[in-house]
Unconditional design. Structure first.
Length: 103
């Protein structure tokens, strides 16, 4: 256990930062899952409203990822990779929809 005043403060600060980082990481994961769920429901029943919902969920996930990167919770490359994967899933989904619609 820390036995100097400054060491005790550092332990408290580290715990506070750990909880903040955990909240951001959890939010990023939740928003990503929400996006994937919206995308799946859009795939099951395409409509302009569900497409708009997918785009809103993607924007929310992008925003949270960008904020986590800005605050140093995620490495910039990690944030870019997460955003790229979301975009890639959406693009693959759109391509499969247009291919099946053309058939």
């Amino acid at each position: 256990m820390a036995n100097t005043k400054s060491a005790i403060k550092r332990v408290q600060i580290a715990e506070r930062n750990r909880l903040r980082n955990k909240a951001y990481s959890s939010a990023v994961k939740t928003l990503t899952k929400n996006f994937l769920a919206a995308l799946q429901s859009y795939g099951a029943k395409p409509s302009p409203e569900s497409l708009q919902e997918v785009q809103q969920r993607m924007a929310a996930a992008y925003s949270k990822i960008d904020k986590a990167v800005k605050r140093g919770i995620l490495h910039p490359n990690n944030g870019a990779r997460k955003k790229s994967r979301l975009a890639r899933v959406l693009k693959a989904h759109d391509n499969s929809n247009t291919a099946s619609a053309a058939s």
